[in-house]
Design a protein around this ligand. Structure first.
Ligand SMILES: Cc1cc2nc3c(=O)[nH]c(=O)nc-3n(C[C@H](O)[C@H](O)[C@H](O)COP(=O)(O)O)c2cc1C
Length: 370
């Protein structure tokens, strides 16, 4: 069964189902199933990204796939020279914040990292300086789509992509963002409602999609809270020409999600997430737990702006991940996790979504009397 919208035509795909994942196996599996996998580049160095994309090229059977980078429209240190970026940013983290994190970990018995632990990554791809090399790597591969989170991508990056025949998408959480993105040349807008996992705005998917569809003339993908065919049908009814999903891939067989997060997500209800700045400094929907609560408590020093907050907490999160303090282990996840109770293959998730979509649309068709 194939579906046809401007988006399926644009990418030559059978199903307008986009799967955002940091896991290459998920990306390749969804593209092979007829949708389009999009690899989140954020956690990878340029060298690592090169290896991931080479692997995808070898496992995607020639089907189209995409890469997602995070080039925020605003962040601290945007005007610092790349070679002094990390040290100058480190110097901007107040001692009181470092002490708060140490006290929180000590209170939960979280040990320090072992001496031989790898140094970890403090900045990741979420600055212009760290995301550009990722874009360069991505554009050397046969990608069909370059997506950007947290604002319109820089105009020159859009041009670079277009010069290679690569379409550009960007995530928007308000109609105003969507218009700005189209102004810089974005080909597809991902309208993402507040239900979504990861960085997210305040407007719900149900309210946001029609506003974005009315504000722009490029195709819109519905995102935030889409886990099955009924939600897909709803998104399409609201005017979207496809769906963009993230959370549902966290618990598929292929996913490399940390075991602790996977088991918590499988057991969680839709009330177990919270929009919190405690991970990166910008509001992101995370599994709610003692970590997110601590940053809201009366003794919290408050969070720091991006990218300082992640620099402050990245080692702490690694220490928590290696300890028994499961109550502190947080992870980005959306409200749809309340319906994710079973591990399935990525292919089954795609096909079940399509089956349920057909059933939902058929039922709606039966409601109207001529
Ligand atoms: C674990 C996780 C990490 C995410 N990281 C990114 C990211 O790096 N870049 C991005 O554009 N979107 C990111 N997102 C958002 C997704 O692209 C997508 O818009 C969102 O998951 C859709 O809502 P859903 O989670 O309800 O499916 C992330 C989502 C999750 C769940």
């Amino acid at each position: 069964m194939a579906m046809r919208t401007r988006v399926t035509d644009m990418f030559g795909i059978e199903l307008p189902i986009f799967a955002f994942s940091h896991c290459r196996d998920v990306v390749a599996a969804v593209s092979r199933a007829g949708g389009m996998g999009v690899l989140g580049a954020l956690y990878f160095t340029p060298e690592e990204l090169e290896m991931e994309l080479k692997w995808i090229d070898d496992h995607v059977d020639g089907k189209p796939y995409g890469v997602d980078v995070v080039m925020p429209a605003s962040y601290e240190g945007a005007d610092f020279a790349p070679e002094e970026l990390v040290s100058r940013l480190q110097g901007m983290i107040p001692e009181g914040h470092r002490q708060f994190v140490e006290d929180l970990l000590a209170g939960h018995g979280v040990p320090p990292l072992s001496e031989d632990a790898d140094p970890g990554k403090v900045l990741l791809g979420w600055t212009d300086a760290t995301a550009r090399p990722q874009v360069e790597v991505a554009l050397r591969h046969p990608i069909a789509l370059l997506a950007n989170a947290l604002g319109p991508p820089p105009a020159d990056v859009v041009e670079l992509a277009h010069a290679k025949g690569v379409k550009v998408a960007a995530l928007a959480s308000t109609p105003r963002h969507a218009v700005k993105q189209v102004e810089v040349g974005v080909d597809v807008v991902v309208a993402q409602g507040t239900e979504a996992g990861g960085h997210t705005g305040e407007i719900s998917t149900m309210v946001l999609i029609p506003q974005v569809v009315d504000a722009v003339d490029v195709p819109v993908l519905a995102a935030g809270g889409i886990g099955g065919g009924r939600q897909m049908a709803a998104g399409m009814a609201l005017g979207a020409e496809g769906v963009w999903t993230g959370s549902i891939w966290l618990t598929v067989e292929e996913a490399d999600t940390p075991e602790l997060a996977k088991s918590r997500i499988l057991a969680a209800t839709s009330r177990d997430t919270v929009r919190s700045r405690s991970w990166t400094g910008k509001p992101a929907r995370l599994l709610r737990n003692e970590w997110t609560d601590a940053w809201e408590a009366a003794n919290s020093p408050g969070t720091l702006p991006m990218p300082l907050q992640f620099m402050l907490v990245s080692d702490a999160l690694r220490r928590i991940g290696r300890s028994d303090a499961a109550e502190l282990a947080t992870f980005p996840a959306g409200q749809i996790i309340g319906t994710m109770n079973q591990v399935k293959s990525a292919r089954d998730v795609v096909f079940e979504m399509v089956e349920e979509y057909i059933e939902a649309v058929g039922r709606l068709g039966g409601i109207t009397e001529s």
